[in-house]
Design a protein around this ligand. Sequence first.
Ligand SMILES: *[C@@H]1O[C@H](CO)[C@@H](O)[C@H](O)[C@H]1NC(C)=O
Ligand SMILES: *[C@@H]1O[C@H](CO)[C@@H](O)[C@H](O)[C@H]1NC(C)=O
Ligand SMILES: *[C@@H]1O[C@H](CO)[C@@H](O)[C@H](O)[C@H]1NC(C)=O
Ligand SMILES: *[C@@H]1O[C@H](CO)[C@@H](O)[C@H](O)[C@H]1NC(C)=O
Ligand SMILES: *[C@@H]1O[C@H](CO)[C@@H](O)[C@H](O)[C@H]1NC(C)=O
Ligand SMILES: *[C@@H]1O[C@H](CO)[C@@H](O)[C@H](O)[C@H]1NC(C)=O
Ligand SMILES: *[C@@H]1O[C@H](CO)[C@@H](O)[C@H](O)[C@H]1NC(C)=O
Ligand SMILES: *[C@@H]1O[C@H](CO)[C@@H](O)[C@H](O)[C@H]1NC(C)=O
Length: 477
Amino acid sequence: HLLLKVFCLISSMAHQNELQTGLAGGEVTLNCTGILPDSKLSRDTLVHWKYYDTPLCKVSTSLPLLPSHTSAFITDRFAIKTQYKQLWVRNLKLSDAGIYTCEYGSHKVRTSLHIFKLMIPLDGHFLQNEVPELILMQNSSSPLPDLRITLLDSHNNRVTPELQNKSRQKYIVNLRKLETMDSGTWVCQVHSDSPLIDQNIPFAVKVLGFQNPDLERKYATVDSTVILSWHLNSQKIKWKEGFTGQLNWKQQESANPHELLDFNITAQGQLHETKKSSDFLFEIPEIKPESTIEVKLPKVHFNHSGQYQCQLEYQGRHAQSKIELVVMKVSAKPVGPLSRGANMTLTCQVAGPLPPNAYLRWERVNGTKMDIKNSKQKEVKLEVNISAAGLWSCHLIEDSDRKISAHYHVEEAAAWTNYVIIGASVGGSLLVFAIGCLCIITVTNWQRRRQRAKRMAQARQYLLENKTCQCQQMYMW
Ligand SMILES: *[C@@H]1O[C@H](CO)[C@@H](O)[C@H](O)[C@H]1NC(C)=O
Ligand SMILES: *[C@@H]1O[C@H](CO)[C@@H](O)[C@H](O)[C@H]1NC(C)=O
Ligand SMILES: *[C@@H]1O[C@H](CO)[C@@H](O)[C@H](O)[C@H]1NC(C)=O
Ligand SMILES: *[C@@H]1O[C@H](CO)[C@@H](O)[C@H](O)[C@H]1NC(C)=O
Ligand SMILES: *[C@@H]1O[C@H](CO)[C@@H](O)[C@H](O)[C@H]1NC(C)=O
Ligand SMILES: *[C@@H]1O[C@H](CO)[C@@H](O)[C@H](O)[C@H]1NC(C)=O
Ligand SMILES: *[C@@H]1O[C@H](CO)[C@@H](O)[C@H](O)[C@H]1NC(C)=O
Ligand SMILES: *[C@@H]1O[C@H](CO)[C@@H](O)[C@H](O)[C@H]1NC(C)=O
């Protein structure tokens, strides 16, 4: 007798046990499997949905007054779809997990509802370099399965997250360190072998930060114009919250930061900047790309090298991006033209944070191997005693790349006129930004006077053609 009962139970269960999964906050439609469509059911068929033993709703084919689409509410989260008498549950909660039964005539269809809940902190609004923790929870009427969890990032690349599962109910999923490029839709893939479950849970991630690399190094020669820019990605990712930030400068790692400006960006994306420093000479360019923090140093000082850090703040959390400015200058002692057999000392100096593999090199353009001198690594000053006139260049070399060059033109004293050309080339292109001078000669010799007049005319012509030049030195002879 007992055996028969058990057999019946097993056979009926084997026939009509269903498993369905749902996501907390989402909705699910539970099938009353095997039921005929409403029009083919005999009149007066009563369909009865229960949660364990609790009646949820009852619907009859003969009741004329039921609304056409849904009927018989128990709460506003539960409804029955008329045609196939499916149970529709909205705004799912973890506690909705359990056994739902659909009964009609002598049929009984049992569905086990398995609920997953993925909790994303801060509504998915992160800053670059944060490593958020997601929490995945599950609930079911049967013993909870061991889950395998993988993530697909916004570019559909598989990420194997670090998991902490204190229990099968709750898994802590560590995302990787986020970059601005990680903004977009991620998918949490949940798999279990027994019962067989494959559930994809999409979620949105926005990573606010800079489109610049974390650390940039910029090179300039003294007195040139430098523009430092930080590009925020707030518009690109449609960040709809306000945030603030500031730009700081410090000459050395150990020095106190000096605030240059602060800014705020409204939820509508409007940028407001306020200049904070009066003793540091810089401008905020009026025309610049949107969501860009920018400063212009019109004639950069040697001592304005150092770290420029842009930091943004959102809900007490911070992200930053640094630009390190390296400034180079060259000088000669004595400055004048080089007489035959005399010596002159050229000095090249850099200020700013140098990478460990950088060194300085003086060399004469079109010179011999004898005209090359290298500094030791990390030395910030290189002097060379020269006795050959010509164009001398100082290079900052990093991993055999010339990062910046400054030039000094040494004229031979025999010539009546001395040009000192100080130019700079950044990344290979020569930019002459200042031209030196002409010399005033007082000689009695007629030929020399004629020479002088010619040289003066040439110099005047040069100055006319190069309107931006400045006379740096004036030599009297
Ligand atoms: C529910 O029933 C519909 C219609 O018969 C079917 O398309 C769907 O796959 C079923 N859903 C589940 C989870 O069994
Ligand atoms: C899991 O579901 C049961 C009902 O099936 C409920 O009593 C319990 O509170 C739920 N657990 C959680 C963590 O919500
Ligand atoms: C945690 O997950 C790992 C891998 O999925 C599994 O081997 C381990 O048994 C789980 N521990 C608990 C407590 O569920
Ligand atoms: C943003 O900056 C502007 C100008 O400095 C200021 O008037 C405004 O109050 C600031 N707004 C917020 C939300 O900080
Ligand atoms: C930087 O150098 C300039 C002159 O080259 C000087 O006027 C200025 O005070 C210096 N600034 C600092 C912060 O040392
Ligand atoms: C020039 O410098 C070299 C060494 O760099 C030295 O040997 C030579 O005596 C110097 N000549 C003069 C004229 O100072
Ligand atoms: C170096 O040599 C090249 C080719 O011989 C010549 O065009 C150039 O003017 C020279 N430069 C200097 C500064 O002497
Ligand atoms: C350059 O010459 C000066 C004197 O003329 C001397 O004091 C100095 O040590 C020399 N420097 C180098 C690098 O040879």
